[in-house]
Design a protein around this ligand. Sequence first.
Ligand SMILES: NC(=O)c1ccc[n+]([C@@H]2O[C@H](COP(=O)([O-])OP(=O)(O)OC[C@H]3O[C@@H](n4cnc5c(N)ncnc54)[C@H](O)[C@@H]3O)[C@@H](O)[C@H]2O)c1
Length: 418
Amino acid sequence: MRYEVIESTERGESENGRRSEWGGRRRKRMGYVFGERVAFLLVGMGIASVMFQMVLPSGSVAVGEEETELGAAMAMAMPTRRVLLEERKSRVPLGVKGRKQMRILVTGGAGFVGSHLVDRLMERGDSVIVVDNFFTGRKENLLHHLGNPNFELIRHDVVEPILLEVDQIYHLACPASPVHYKFNPTNVVGTLNMLGLAKRVGARFLISSTSEVYGDPLQHPQAETYWGNVNPIGVRSCYDEGKRTAETLAMDYHRGAGIEVRIARIFNTYGPRMCLDDGRVVSNFVAQALRKDPLTVYGDGKQTRSFQYVSDLVEGLMRLMEGDHVGPFNLGNPGEFTMLELAQVVQETIDPNAKIEFRPNTEDDPHKRKPDISKAKELLGWQPSVSLREGLPLMVSDFRQRLFGDSKLTAGKSVSAS
Ligand SMILES: NC(=O)c1ccc[n+]([C@@H]2O[C@H](COP(=O)([O-])OP(=O)(O)OC[C@H]3O[C@@H](n4cnc5c(N)ncnc54)[C@H](O)[C@@H]3O)[C@@H](O)[C@H]2O)c1
């Protein structure tokens, strides 16, 4: 402002001719400068748009079948991520013989399902990293891999972030039985951290969800299209709703950030290496029958469940991970048993004289549970092959060893029942 005042005063002292001459020169100079800048600006914009066309040919990120506004915005913000994911897609030929060795993270790999999955992945020749806080898992379940250069075991709680360069993540870390998850619900924060890791390193991510997302189902058997009947504030809801939220997060990362996710809804699974006293019905009955305690049946024993042997589940998880479909997929055995029928099979297998004791039922215990597995059959070519009467004796011999013999002897035993 002061500059303008001084200038106008000085010019005011000049002759009129000089003033108009100066004014003309000034206009010319401004016109030249303005024209030059606009030209540079236009050339710059042209170069920038050519560069963007080269990096992002479609101008948006493809998320599943759809292209979204958000996807387009993210593609603009993260061209490197998009390129990285596409490179990975073409680099890792999935599920074919002779493919490159992959580095695979299994969270919760020291637990029951996780340790059997690790066995299969190691057997396939992949490099496996297990992250586990040993809340319900045991080092004994993995002892037979210690010392193998393809295997690493890290004590870590997934509620804290961790950075690992991996191609795939099987996210299993989560206490799975009522007696444990009430004290340590890790679903939401743990899943968020592992999805963040998948996004950062461009890994494919499988979440082990559960049939509990159907709650006390009003549809029978349960198909993946059923949205469930869950009490959001009950004693089981930290698990049920936690898993539902985990599925939501997985889908949001898939749609919003282009992460390749796979969702498995696991139904009751049993087998060697289950926790001995974790309150799950099969392990409860087997341990009770072996200890000569009465089998405790909650309620009238007419509620139904389906029981899947662990090697069937592991096969399903691997097919899901290697396949092209996000899911969710029900992974379970459609054979349906009442609690009383299960108690009978346990009596036949272990001790025909085992007594049955009735107790009041627990809160929010689902009345019926049976998976509709048509989707997994059709799209994954998967179905369980081990019946309860075949699988139970394999679990019983492991429990017998752990209860009465040397537990180390059983840790490395194969679980394949086929
Ligand atoms: N077994 C089943 O019948 C069944 C049914 C449905 C879903 N699932 C799911 O499958 C997964 C594995 O279940 P499982 O039966 O092997 O249970 P599990 O308790 O034997 O295994 C869980 C593992 O996760 C680990 N873990 C727990 N919290 C952790 C944390 N914060 N950080 C790191 N590690 C942690 C435990 O130490 C354990 O090794 C779980 O996500 C569970 O919800 C299992």
